[in-house]
Design a protein around this ligand. Sequence first.
Ligand code: ZN
Length: 427
Amino acid sequence: MTDASVADRGAILHSHVAALYPICRSITGAGLRATLHYIDARIGLTLTEVASGTPVLDWTIPPEWSVRGARLATLDGRTLVDFADHTLHLLSYSTPMHGVVRRAELERHLHSLPGQPELIPYRTAYYRPDWGFCLSHRQRDALTEDAYRVDIDTTLAPGSLTYGECVLPGEEAGEVLFSAHACHPSLANDNLAAIAVAIELARLLAARRRRFTYRFLFAPGTIGAIAWLAANRDAPARIRHGLVLSCLGDPAAPTYKQSRRGDAPIDRYAAHVLAGRGRIMPFAPTGYDERQYGSPGFDLPVGCLMRSPGGSFPEYHTSADNAEFVRPAALADSLAVLLDIVALIEGDTCWRNTAPFGEPQLGRRGLYGDELDRMALLWLLNLSDGRHTLFDIAERAGRPFAAVAAAAAAAARAGLLVPATACASGA
Ligand code: ZN
């Protein structure tokens, strides 16, 4: 890609982050739906509503949360903290509360960051009913009156949880899953950056011929992935490769967190693409929804692509994780990494040598020229026994994947290779 097209791509990616940033998302409700509608308008989504109270695996879909406003004010009517100013000001899933509260009681419902006194923290009360405000520590220090007026105009009522899927069918059986959480309110790197990158990746893949089916899932974190898995118990039979996408817009280099298996093809592809360009982390049952996809009952080959891992940067889960923190160039680079991984997913096919008894005579078949990587070709013919994919061969030969793939195309044209259906890995 030229520098200009990278800049254009970065600007488009960043425009999605900026457009979605003001919306108050949560694990259910209007903000989550508005976000899914924004994505739907660009790539087309199938939306699924799962009713409150529905059991999903070991969990239950919670009541739906609606918020109309929330204010903390002095008794003489001066507004001090207003949800209208920042979605982070309200504890996500806060129960409704209207009344005068003494300061000692109010303090138990305030969340701030003494170490980062200018920032508003992001806090939730998903599975333990509570009300509360999040505010800068500086704002909190200024609360000196004996009592304050609290008005939290929210509803927790039977409704549903929403997730959206964009499915791009492929020519062969097998799916590739890209999953991004869509439940965080005004936070940009975590996870509007990944939503933006997924939108543009889906657009690019939709315009291409595809070997595999690509499924993009946008769902609230944890409970959304669990609801999707509950409805897709056959996922292990379908999903060949997968990536959770998160925090893809900060300036750090890319980070790949391995799948639970650690040696799945997606783990090897990501390591190949990030060699000299990023870093690899081992799997741990923490982090994002890789821990749901990698729960032992599913054990899906799903890793996680990030730049800075969640929790590792000072802006994480604060008002400093805003649209300015996310960089167009970093978003464009994340998309480029994903396109390189997709190229391996699509290109890692399996072949069988049609002349395996002795070395085939290459000159007679026009395969002795300078344009082919000779070592790649010899390894290709030697290992194309129906048990090694092109990526296996590239790794064993120590040759670039592109050289092995080019040799395979030439050998197939010369009739020395035919597609093999069964393969040990990859395909
Ligand atoms: Zn988060």
